[in-house]
Design a protein around this ligand. Structure first.
Ligand code: ADP
Length: 503
C-alpha cells in the first residue's frame, strides 16, 4: 500500500538551504533567538530530522514588534508611494517564479505533500496572490460624501474618507499550506502599507523562511516583514497578547482562535480576523453527473490528505444512489498511492506530524467505537512515516464525533438523505460554516441550495476552486472576516472620515 519510503533527494540548492542554520528575520537581519534555543523540524515521510530552527519566544516577539512599529511609523515604508509598494510586491512574485521547484521541494519535505502538487498548486497560487495584491496597492480609495448636518442651517462642508493601513499586524499561520498561507496573509498587509510580524507554524517553518530571503532580495525596507519561528503557546501567544500589535490575522483551529480573541480582549482590543475550522457538507443531488460528482467527492476530502479547513468531510448522497457513490469514492480511495511527497508516483503523502497522525487515528477509533464502519481504510499503515489510509465511513449518526468534529485527515463520512429540507437541516447542523458544495445538473436547484447552506463558500459542480480575487472565510465558528479579494484589503485598512467647513 505504501510506496517505498526512499524517494529522490532534493536538488542541491534546496538541500543547502534546508541544512543551513535557520534564524529569525527581525528588522532586516537574520538573528538567533534571544535565548539561543533552537528546535528540530521533521520529515513526516520517515520521521527523520530535517532542520534546526531558532525558537523565538516573548523576547523575540517584543523585538520583532518594535521593529515593525518603527518601520510603520517612520523610515522608507510609509514614505513609499502605492505604486512603489505594488512594484516591490510584484518583484517578490517574480523572484518566487524563479524558485518554484525549490519551494515545491521544501514544502514537500517539510509538510509531506506531493512535490508535484506543491509545484502545481501551492507555489503558483502564492505567486498569483502576490501579483493580485500588488495591483490593489494603487487602488485603495476613499469616497467623497455629500453631508447635510441638519442642525447647522446654511453651513457647507466637504467630507471624504481615507482608507489607512491598520498598522502593525501579527500574523499566525498553520502548517497545511505553509507558503500559501504566508502569501494570503502577507499580500494584503503589504499592499495596504501595514508592517508584519509573521509567526509560522512550528511543524513547517522552512518555506516562509525561504520567502523571507526573497523579501530581502526584493528590497523591502527592514522591519516591514519580520518572521518569528517558535511555538504557539509561547511565540504565538506573546504576539496575540502584545499591546503594540494593532491587528492579529490568524488561521488555525477554532480552539486557538478563541484564545486569540481572549488575548486581544484582555490587552488592547486589537482587531482580529480568523480563518478557522470546518466540517464542510458536500452534497450530491439525485440528478448529478455521478462520475464527476464521485471524482469531485474524492478530491474534496483527499486533496492535501484531508488537511484542508474546507475539506468535504461530510458527503451527503440521496439514498437511491448512496451505495453507488460510496463504492465509487472507495474505488477512488483505493487508487491513491501513499508515499513520500518527493516520490514521483505518490498521490498522497503522510500527515504533517505524529501528533496529527495520532489525532486522526483517534477519530477513526472513536468512530469505530460509536458504530461507524470503514468501507475502505480506517487505520494507519505500518511505516516510519506519519501515514493514514484514505478512509470512507458509513453507518454514522449525527451525534458522532466523526460527524461533529473536524478530523483534518483523509476521512470522509458518507450520509444518506431522503429529501432536500432534511438535507439542508443536516448540512447546516454544525458549529462550522466554512465551505460546501452541491452537485446537480439543475441550475436552479444549485442556486437554491447555495442560498440555504450557511457557509462562506459554496461550490456548484466543482470543489476546491480558489482564486486570489475570491473572498474566502467562514460563517459561524469558522471565522471572522475574509482572506483574499477586495475584502482582505478592507480588513487591513481602516476608514477615516475627514470634514472641512467651506461656509
Ligand atoms: P494545529 O492544532 O492543527 O497545529 P493550531 O491552531 O494549534 O493548529 O495552530 C495554528 C497556528 O497557531 C500555529 O502557528 C501555532 O503555533 C499557533 N498557535 C497554537 N497555539 C497558540 C496560542 N495559544 N496562541 C497563539 N498561537 C497559537
Amino acid at each position: 500500500m505504501i510506496l517505498s519510503t526512499t524517494a529522490p533527494s532534493a536538488r542541491r540548492e534546496t538541500q543547502a538551504f534546508i541544512d543551513q542554520p535557520h534564524q529569525l528575520l527581525i528588522d532586516g537581519q537574520w538573528i538567533p533567538a534571544a535565548s539561543g534555543k533552537t528546535f528540530d523540524v521533521f520529515n513526516p515521510a520517515d520521521g527523520s530530522k530535517l532542520a534546526s530552527v531558532a525558537e523565538g519566544e516573548k523576547a523575540d516577539v517584543d523585538k520583532a514588534v518594535a521593529a515593525a512599529r518603527r518601520a510603520f511609523d517612520s523610515g522608507p515604508w510609509p514614505a513609499m508611494t502605492p505604486s512603489q509598494r505594488g512594484k516591490l510586491i510584484w518583484k517578490l512574485a517574480d523572484l518566487m517564479d524563479r524558485h518554484i521547484e525549490e519551494f515545491a521541494e521544501i514544502e514537500s519535505l517539510d509538510n509531506g505533500k506531493p512535490k508535484a502538487v506543491a509545484a502545481a498548486a501551492d507555489v503558483p497560487l502564492a505567486i498569483d496572490l502576490f501579483r493580485y495584491m500588488a495591483g490593489w496597492a494603487t487602488k485603495i480609495e476613499g469616497t467623497t460624501i455629500p453631508i447635510s448636518v441638519p442642525y447647522l442651517d446654511g453651513a457647507e462642508f466637504h467630507s471624504y474618507t481615507l482608507r489607512e493601513p491598520v498598522g502593525v499586524v501579527g500574523q499566525i499561520i498553520p502548517w497545511n499550506f505553509p507558503l500559501l498561507m504566508a502569501a494570503w496573509k502577507l499580500g494584503p498587509a503589504l499592499a495596504t502599507g501595514c508592517t508584519v510580524v509573521l509567526k509560522v507554524a512550528e511543524e513547517t517553518p522552512l518555506s516562509a523562511l525561504r520567502l523571507g530571503h526573497l523579501i530581502q532580495e526584493a528590497g523591502f525596507p527592514p522591519g516591514v516583514v519580520n518572521i518569528v519561528t517558535g511555538f504557539g503557546e509561547t511565540a504565538g501567544a506573546a504576539l496575540s497578547a502584545h499591546p503594540d500589535v494593532d491587528k492579529i490575522a490568524f488561521t488555525g483551529s477554532t480552539e486557538v482562535g478563541k484564545l486569540i480573541v481572549k488575548g486581544a480582549g484582555e490587552t488592547n482590543l486589537k482587531k482580529v480576523t480568523l480563518e478557522l475550522g470546518g466540517k464542510s457538507p458536500n452534497i450530491i443531488l439525485p440528478d448529478a453527473d455521478l462520475p464527476a460528482a464521485i471524482a469531485g467527492a474524492a478530491n474534496a476530502i483527499f486533496f492535501n490528505h484531508g488537511q484542508c479547513c474546507c475539506a468535504g468531510s461530510r458527503l451527503f448522497v440521496h439514498r437511491s444512489q448512496f451505495d453507488q457513490v460510496v463504492d465509487g469514492v472507495a474505488t477512488e480511495a483505493a487508487k491513491i498511492k501513499l508515499g513520500p511527497g518527493m516520490h514521483p508516483d505518490t498521490t498522497m503523502g503522510p500527515m504533517v506530524s505524529k501528533i496529527q497522525q495520532d489525532r486522526v487515528c483517534g477519530y477513526l477509533d472513536a468512530g469505530a467505537h460509536e458504530g461507524a464502519r470503514a468501507v475502505i481504510g480506517g487505520k494507519r499503515p505500518e511505516s516510519e512515516g506519519y501515514f493514514v489510509e484514505p478512509t470512507v465511513l458509513i453507518d454514522t449518526k449525527s451525534s458522532m464525533k466523526v460527524i461533529q468534529e473536524e478530523i483534518f485527515g483523509p476521512v470522509v463520512a458518507a450520509v444518506p438523505f431522503d429529501d432536500v429540507d432534511q438535507l439542508v437541516q443536516a448540512a447546516n447542523n454544525s458549529v462550522y460554516g466554512l465551505a460546501a458544495a452541491v452537485w446537480t445538473k439543475d441550475i436552479s436547484a444549485g442556486h437554491r441550495l447555495a442560498k440555504r447552506i450557511k457557509a462562506g463558500t459554496v461550490w456548484v459542480n466543482c470543489y476546491n476552486v480558489f482564486d486570489a480575487s475570491l473572498p474566502f472565510g467562514g460563517y459561524k465558528q469558522s471565522g471572522w472576516g475574509r482572506e483574499m479579494g477586495y475584502e482582505a484589503i478592507n480588513l487591513y485598512t481602516q476608514t477615516k472620515a475627514v470634514t472641512l467647513q467651506l461656509k
